[in-house]
Ligand binder design. Structure first.
Ligand SMILES: Cc1ncc(COP(=O)(O)O)c(C=O)c1O
Length: 405
C-alpha cells in the first residue's frame, strides 16, 4: 500500500490505439523513469524514422552527404515552425551547450568586461562563462536570486549586477537545479534599454512552453532532445538583430561564405539524422496526443506526485518538504530532501545513483545553496503509479539514509 495524496490521481494517459502511452516509447520496464528533465526520451516512431535515415545514409554515403545541406535546411525550417520563429533566425546545433559555446565564442570582450549570470545557472554554462571571461581578462558576476523570488525581484537582482562593463547577461528560462522559471522577457527588455545583449538558456523550454522564444533581439538556446522528445543531439540556437551576424559555428566547414544561420547548416562529415528526424517527434506528439495535452497531463501528474511524495516524507520526518519556488513550472517540480542528503554536487550524484542502482528508479537529485532537492519531472509516458512507487519505496529509503549520516 502506497502513501496517500490529498489530490486525486490523474487518469493514466492512453494512446489513440487504446494502449498505455508508455508503449509509444521504449523505456525499460525494469525501471521507473521519473527524470525526463535530464535526458528526455524519444518516441518509437521517431527512433524508427531516424534508423531509416541512417540506413539510407549507409546505403550510399556519397549521395547522402552531397545532399545533406538541403536536408539540414529543411530540418531547420521544421524546427523553426515548432518553435514559432522564422527559419532565418534559427540554426541547428548538437545541444544547448554547443549553442551557448557558439555565443560565448562570438563575444568581442574588452579587458575588464563582465558576464552576468545567476546562482541558478547550469554548472557547465557557468564554467563556459568563466573560461571566456578568463581568456579576455574579464570576470563573471553572479546575481544571487533566492529560490522564492518573484519575477520583479528576480529581474531587479539580475539587473543590479549589470553595468557599462557588462558584455552579456545569461539567464535561464527554466532552471535545472531548482526547476523554476525566470522572467526572461522582462530581463531582455531591461537589458535592451542599456544595449546589453542577453543569452536565454532555454534548454528545458521547448515543449514545456508553447512558444518558448522571447520576442527580443538577442540569443536563445533550447534543447529539442528534452521535453520536445527529438532524437538526442538536436538543439536550436535562435539569434536576431545585428548580433546574429557575429555567430560562427563551432565546426569550421563549408558554410564559411554564408552568414547566420546558413553557416551553421554545414557541419562537415557528421551524422545529423537526429535533426532530420526531429519533426517526426513533434508530429508524433501532436498527432497522437497534442502538445497542450502533454502540458496539462504532465502538470497534473507533477501536482499529484509533489503532494504524494512531500506527504510521504513529512509522515516520516515531521518536516515540511514542499518548496516555495518563485515562478513554478508545470512539468517540473522541486521537493526538499531530508536534512543532510545531497548537500554537495558530488553527494547529489551519489544519492541519484543509489536510487537508480538499488531501487530501480531514475530520478533527479540536485543541490542548491548547500541543500539537497528531489526534482520531479513528467512526460506523457509517465503514470501516477511511477510517483506512487517513488513515495512507497524511495522515500523511506532516503529517510533511512539521512538518519544514518
Ligand atoms: C539549464 C540547462 N542548460 C544547459 C544544459 C545543457 O544541455 P546539453 O547537455 O544538452 O547541452 C542543460 C542540461 O540539462 C540545462 O539543464
Amino acid at each position: 500500500m502506497y502513501p496517500a495524496s490529498n489530490l486525486t490521481a490523474p487518469r493514466p494517459m492512453m494512446n489513440p490505439d487504446g494502449a498505455p502511452s508508455s508503449s509509444d516509447w521504449s523505456l525499460a520496464p525494469s525501471k521507473v523513469h521519473l527524470n525526463h528533465g535530464s535526458y528526455g526520451s524519444v518516441p518509437r516512431a521517431a527512433q524508427e524514422y531516424q534508423l531509416e535515415l541512417k540506413a539510407r545514409m549507409e546505403a550510399n554515403p556519397c549521395t547522402w552527404f552531397m545532399g545533406q545541406y538541403n536536408a539540414v535546411a529543411a530540418a531547420r525550417t521544421d524546427v523553426a515552425a515548432f518553435l514559432g520563429v522564422e527559419a532565418q533566425d534559427v540554426a541547428l546545433v548538437q545541444n544547448a551547450s554547443a549553442g551557448i559555446s557558439a555565443v560565448y565564442n562570438s563575444l568581442a570582450l574588452a579587458p575588464g568586461s563582465e558576464i552576468v549570470m545567476t546562482n541558478h545557472a547550469y554548472g557547465a554554462v557557468l564554467h563556459g562563462a568563466y573560461r571566456v571571461a578568463r581568456k579576455h581578462g574579464g570576470r563573471v558576476r553572479v546575481a544571487e536570486v533566492p529560490l522564492d523570488a518573484d519575477a520583479v525581484t528576480a529581474t531587479s537582482l539580475v539587473m543590479a549586477e549589470v553595468s557599462d562593463r557588462t558584455a552579456l547577461i545569461v539567464v535561464d528560462q527554466i532552471t535545472s537545479a531548482t526547476a523554476r522559471a525566470f522572467p526572461v522577457e522582462a530581463i531582455a527588455e531591461a537589458a535592451s534599454a542599456m544595449d546589453v545583449p542577453v543569452l536565454v538558456d532555454g534548454a528545458h523550454a521547448p515543449g514545456i512552453v508553447e512558444l518558448p522564444v522571447p520576442s527580443f533581439d538577442g540569443f536563445w538556446v533550447g534543447n529539442l532532445h528534452k521535453f520536445a522528445c527529438a532524437p538526442r543531439g538536436t538543439a536550436a540556437l535562435v539569434a536576431r538583430g545585428e548580433r546574429a551576424g557575429t555567430l560562427t559555428p563551432l565546426i569550421d566547414s563549408w558554410g564559411f561564405p554564408h552568414s547566420f544561420p546558413e553557416n551553421f547548416d554545414h557541419v562537415g562529415t557528421q551524422d545529423v539524422t537526429s535533426w532530420m528526424a526531429a519533426r517526426k517527434s513533434f508530429d508524433t506528439i501532436s498527432e497522437r496526443y497534442g502538445w497542450e495535452t502533454f502540458r496539462t497531463y504532465a502538470t497534473a501528474l507533477c501536482d499529484y506526485g509533489e503532494s504524494l511524495i512531500s506527504t510521504a516524507f513529512a509522515d516520516l520526518t515531521g518536516q515540511d518538504h514542499t518548496v516555495e519556488v518563485g515562478m513554478p513550472v508545470g512539468p517540473m517540480r522541486l521537493l526538499r530532501l531530508p536534512e543532510g542528503l545531497a548537500t554537495t554536487h558530488e553527494d547529489s550524484h551519489n544519492v541519484r545513483a543509489f536510487i537508480s542502482e538499488e531501487l530501480d528508479i531514475e530520478s533527479a537529485v540536485t543541490t542548491f545553496n548547500g541543500e539537497g532537492f528531489l526534482r520531479l519531472s513528467a512526460h506523457l509516458y509517465n503514470s501516477p503509479k511511477d510517483f506512487e512507487i517513488f513515495a512507497g519505496i524511495a522515500v523511506p529509503e532516503l529517510v533511512r539514509l539521512a538518519r544514518s549520516l
